[in-house]
Design a protein around this ligand. Sequence first.
Ligand code: ATR
Length: 267
Amino acid sequence: MNRLAVLGHPAGHSRSPAMQNAALAALGLADEWRYEAIDVPPGEFADRVRAMEGEGFAGANVTVPHKEAALALADEASGTAREIGAANTLSFARGEVSADNTDAHGLLAALPVDPAGKRALVLGAGGAARAVVWALEGSGAEVGIWNRTAERARTLAGELGGEAVEPGADELLPVSGYELIVNTTTVGMDGKGGLAELRIPAEGFGPRHTVLDIVYGEGETPLLAAARAVGATVVDGLEMLVQQGAESLRIWTGREPDLDVMRRAAS
Ligand code: ATR
């Protein structure tokens, strides 16, 4: 048996076990591979990961708050993970831990438009924003980064590229200058907080926008509901979850998972 897991804190809410086990079953691998969720407090992360190969684990996904620690403890890391500064996918073999990051792939695969040459506005400058900014910059988008705490947006732009967008205290974001808007903040996670918290004006927000919210939960976030109402193209966080998970499964098994099976199991 090859074991797989998602490591997070908390981990119980994760949809990855249902999604990955469905994909493994559809590939005829359910007897050989099994995916579970493991809650790991931050202080125990490195020891937990080091023990996993001995317990039969072939790999793990890593989620909040462990993505930076996952990169730090790895014996080798892909260029993508190193440049983003975080890992969401670990593989275990011959006593070594290899780190990768499939979030950037997940974002680009989830987008219904090619970001090359487009103007993209990234909301947020935390850990989740890093893979998004890296992916969009790398695919030739012109990236603006807005964050509630402007200093973090400037730091992120300095490290990964893009330009900090800093409206004045009473001003809203110049959304009409962008085609793509990606929310990486936690605003909307609990179903609360929408356009006002994200400084998005009602004016100029409309059908020419593609809006992706990387948050997923019960129902649509207020941002996506507002975007849908004005005729924008909307993409929810589940699609990015599916695409990053599919890429992790390719890394571990070398097989091509059925994305529709994963979508159904994750929603
Ligand atoms: P993650 O690693 O998941 O991105 P994080 O580093 O805690 O988590 O970042 C959370 C992001 O959500 C940040 O960009 C944060 O803005 P600040 O840097 O100003 O804290 C943003 N965020 C959280 N609550 C917010 C709110 N009520 N309004 C606007 N932005 C918010």
